[in-house]
Design a protein around this ligand. Structure first.
Ligand code: SF4
Length: 446
């Protein structure tokens, strides 16, 4: 459990020497409890108290890095059960399988397909994160060859997945510097596998069916000195997966149950591709840190990366685009000028629908601190005064020879005052941006 300010205070020297920059030890304790100060600021804390305070200050779920270099993936470090309590920290890493039973050309082609699962959403790049090499052959030579071939082609970190310890031993050494994730230490093999993973410094999945068995196995693994772990309950149904993931997160965050203080891992497999997407989406929401799926179909991956992007957006920081004048196509001096806000989702909806209209145009995105049109209007962030200031700052009047501004239909109420203050003619556009193509066709005469 996290310590309260008073509990922290009892562990401090209580001399009020002010060396930490705080007037008293109590003030420093309160700052520590609020996460606004670092233990290092007090040079007088004894070793034992420092260890206790450091352990209490550690995140309830460890931060684990998979891979190395530019595409290394960080998972864990989560502190809440629900996103609105603060935020989720490190997005679920999505891995895609490639099997060691594939012929070499097919294997390389599949890894290239995984590399290419990259999408643009709301101005952000979303992609899958891991290439999961599955050892279905149970042959160390084949698994090692497949891992080496995948490592040559992949631009992403690897997951080495085999139920055969000899296969993992054969394949791990040549790729250890890339810090692959190894799946999995079990009750049968942990004594062999854990020292190997620890000596190579690679993260390791610990798998056991049932939470009690998993907690006991994690305790044995950590006793062997390896703490870069992920947890897999091997759930065989989506209901069991949901129950396991929820219990692990609750015990880790609410009870600070240390054996479960690691990110979780799961695989999604089944015959129905649509159900697989739904199951993977559930796992991303509750609370898998790594989800391995068995498809390279962009139609299956796109909803998952989109869902993940939404879940892991900071609810206290709206996703915003730069407030400025945007050009769609090559707008000329008679191009229409649309008004919207700098909330990312709103801007990209409007931009997409303006593009669909096939009429080059300008979009003026007013700074509303990343809020949508109606929210901004209700909060007094989309006012005639702000719009006029944005119009003037954008320089749009030097680019177009007309003076007609199209505003969203939902804020038609602004049109009178906006016309008076700006001197522009205000056209009230559709309430939904999807109607922009029809609106342009009907109302925009050059
Ligand atoms: Fe207290 Fe340490 Fe700060 Fe001194 S430096 S006031 S002992 S917390």
């Amino acid at each position: 459990m996290a310590l309260t300010g008073l509990e922290i205070y009892k562990l401090l020297p209580r001399t009020n020497c002010k060396d930490c920059g705080q007037p008293t030890c109590l003030a420093f304790a309160m700052q520590l409890a609020a996460g606004k100060a670092s233990l290092d600021a007090c040079p007088h804390i004894g070793e034992e108290a420092r260890e206790r305070l450091a352990a209490a200050a550690a995140p309830p779920i460890a931060l684990i890095t998979i891979g190395a270099g530019e595409h290394a993936v960080r998972v864990g470090n989560e502190t809440v059960l629900f996103r609105h309590e603060k935020r989720f920290e490190n997005p679920t890493a999505i891995g895609v399988t490639v099997d060691d039973t594939l012929p070499p050309a097919s294997l390389a082609g599949r890894v290239r397909a995984i590399n290419n699962l990259v999408f643009e959403r709301m101005g952000q790049t979303c992609r899958v994160d891991l290439v999961a090499v599955r050892g279905l052959s149970a042959r160390p030579d084949l698994f090692r060859a497949a891992v080496l071939a995948a490592a040559r082609e992949a631009r992403l970190p690897l997951v080495l997945m085999s139920e055969d310890t000899a296969c993992l031993e054969a394949a791990l050494e040549p790729v250890k510097d890339g810090r692959p994730l190894v799946w999995a230490a079990t009750a049968d093999n942990y004594a062999r596998l854990v020292p190997l993973a620890a000596s190579y410094g690679v993260p390791l999945v610990v798998q056991a069916a049932g939470l009690e068995e998993l907690a006991a196995l994690v305790a044995k693994v950590t006793e062997l000195g390896h703490r870069e772990l992920l947890l897999d309950t091997g759930a065989t149904s989506i209901a069991q997966l949901l129950a396991d993931q929820t219990r692990i997160r609750r015990l880790a965050v609410r009870k600070r149950f240390r054996p479960f203080g690691f990110p979780t891992f799961c695989t999604i497999a089944g015959d129905d591709p649509v159900q697989n997407v739904l199951d993977a989406a559930m796992a991303i929401a509750k609370y898998a840190a790594v989800v391995v799926v068995d498809t390279t179909d962009p139609a299956a991956i796109l909803p998952l990366v989109t869902w993940r992007m939404n879940l892991y957006a900071d609810p206290q920081k709206p996703v915003a685009v730069e407030p400025k004048l945007y050009s769609i196509g090559n707008p000329g001096s008679d191009a229409p000028v649309f008004l919207t806000t700098n909330f990312s989702l709103t801007y990209f909806c409007v931009a997409g629908d303006v593009e669909a209209a096939r009429v080059p145009a300008y979009i003026l995105a007013v700074d509303t601190e990343g809020t949508s049109v109606l929210t901004a209007w209700a909060a007094g962030k989309l006012t005639p005064e702000r719009i006029v200031a944005a119009l003037q700052a954008s320089g749009v009047s030097e680019r177009v020879k007309h003076r007609r501004l199209i505003i969203p239909g939902s804020v038609a109420v602004l049109s009178g005052k906006l016309a008076d203050l700006s001197g522009w003619e205000i056209l009230v556009g559709p309430r939904e941006s999807s109607a922009i193509p029809a609106f342009i066709k009907e109302h925009w005469k050059t």
